[in-house]
Design a protein around this ligand. Structure first.
Ligand code: 5AD
Length: 479
């Protein structure tokens, strides 16, 4: 098989490449890579770091898969549908892209790569590379090996001590027309909660946290490069540093981290996702009162409004505790924009349980809720629980909850009309590049007729109307 390879291969790799049957020609251009990401913001962040690590090694980034020498799918395992999508995509790549360009390298990374490993190659023999969640930082080395003809197929899903601190490189543009305004920083990896529905502890491993100093250094560098808003990322950020950083003056390790990041000069806003209600202590609520850069926005997954189900899910809190967190947050910051995740059709969910979820959604009045139909995951306790809910019932509950959530959210968006709000301008709108897009502190998208020169600026706009989960701002006030 023909593989294009690098002009700048190290001597040892060159020697090995030259003797390889795969090695045919050295092209003067570096291989280009396209990464397609499925799933959560952590996955997006992992892909960005891998891309930056590849660029640092001399690889280039392809604008589309059609021109890429390497196509990597960074996968999600949270629901079966996400896995099926990635598998379908790879089948497609094998059938279409490989047919015309047999030397393209195909790989899986991330959660599904971790949980399925070698099985993926057994099922899809066109796949060359399978990289687990603790091995993202090895991607460039493994591609070097493949291009050098040293190795044919590579599967690495091993655990690696210290891997939580390997996701730190960023792709940032300093160019004024596409300057990065927001940055995402991974503060920890893994999860110890073992919710009965969730595959994450098995795909991401035990909770491991980075040091405060390492995170602050990364944030500071981002700010120096023009970033104004940082989102701290982790599976359960409220568990950050629990094992290694002692509580100080009543402040958890996570609150200590927030304070340290908050001190960075030039940083305008701090966000984080996702906290767990169990770890949402008063010290964190207090932090909202003390730290002005901490914006009025919280994504707090509730999953269900029924105590019976919360227990079966192994969530570690009650409906009442969740409601008390919301109340406290709104007493400190009345504007607080609150979003959540909810699962419908968890095993054993009765109409009564579901109605408790509906009533909780009404009581909290979420700004948005991401609703998931329960999907049984391999080796998780809920998959073996009795009384699995039939699909039509899941669909029906999903539709009812969605309608309620949407109508409440529409009202909350409507409340903005006529008001002046602070936005951070991120850049042109993704759907209409003639418009600019900014975000309120409460995490709502605002579209307005501004220009590129507003990019990265904090400004006030007057809201004139709403669309679906979108606000429209009046540009007149900008002049
Ligand atoms: N089925 C459906 N939804 C799930 N989630 C996690 N596991 C499952 C599952 N097995 C949802 C939860 C979580 C979000 C990221 O995905 O609501 O908060």
């Amino acid at each position: 098989m023909l593989r294009c390879t690098r002009e700048t291969l190290p001597d040892s790799a060159f020697a090995s490449a030259a003797s390889s049957t795969r090695f045919v020609a050295i092209l003067s251009i570096m291989p280009s890579v396209f990464i397609k990401t499925y799933g959560c913001q952590m996955n997006e962040r992992d892909s960005e770091a891998v891309a930056a690590q590849l660029v640092a090694k001399g690889y280039t980034l392809a604008a589309t898969e059609a021109t890429a020498d390497v196509i990597l799918l960074n996968t999600c395992s949270v629901r079966d549908m996400a896995e099926q999508k990635a598998i379908g995509k790879m089948q497609n790549l094998a059938a279409e892209v490989r047919k015309n360009r047999p030397d393209v390298v195909l790989g899986f990374m991330g959660c599904m790569a971790q949980s399925r490993g070698q099985q993926l190659i057994d099922k899809l023999p066109d796949v060359d590379l399978v990289i687990g969640t603790q091995k993202f930082h090895r991607t460039a080395d493994y591609l070097d090996d493949i291009f050098a003809g040293k190795r044919d197929k590579i599967v690495d899903t091993a655990e690696e001590q210290g891997s939580e601190a390997t996701i730190k490189e960023h792709i940032l543009s300093g160019n004024s027309t596409d300057k990065s305004v927001t940055g995402f920083v991974s503060i920890m990896q893994g999860c110890n909660q073992y919710c009965t529905f969730c595959i994450v502890p098995y795909t991401r491993g035990e909770e491991r946290s980075r040091s405060i100093a390492g995170i602050v250094e990364e944030c500071r560098e981002l700010v120096q490069r023009g970033v104004k808003e940082i989102t701290l990322l982790g599976q359960i950020v409220t568990s950050y540093g629990k094992r290694d950083i002692p509580v100080k003056d009543g402040k958890s390790a996570f609150v200590q981290l927030l304070e340290a990041v908050h001190e960075i000069d030039g940083l305008e806003r701090v966000r984080f996702t996702s906290p767990h209600p169990k770890g949402y202590g008063d010290d964190l609520v207090d932090a909202y009162g003390r730290l002005p850069k901490l914006v009025e926005s919280a994504h707090i997954p509730v999953q269900s409004g029924s105590d019976r189900l919360l227990k079966l899910m192994h969530r570690g809190y009650t409906r009442e505790r969740f409601l008390s967190i919301i109340k406290k947050l709104r007493s400190v910051r009345p504007e607080m924009g609150i979003t959540t995740d909810i699962i419908v059709g968890f095993p054993g969910e009765t109409e009564t349980d579901f109605e408790e979820t509906l009533s909780l959604a009404r009581e909290v009045a979420f700004d948005n809720a991401y609703i998931f139909k329960y999907s049984p995951r391999k080796d998780t306790p809920a998959a073996e629980m009795p009384d699995q809910v039939p699909q039509p019932e899941k669909e029906e509950r999903n539709a009812r909850l969605l309608e309620l959530v949407n109508s409440i959210a529409a009202g909350r968006y409507e409340n903005y009309v006529g008001r002046q709000v602070e936005i951070l301008v991120e850049g042109p709108s993704k759907t209409n590049s003639a418009r600019m897009m900014g975000r309120t502190r409460t995490n709502k998208i605002v579209l307005f007729d501004g220009s590129q020169r507003h990019r990265g600026e904090i400004m006030d706009v007057k809201i004139t109307r709403t669309g679906s989960f979108t606000l429209y701002g009046d540009p007149a006030i900008l002049m």
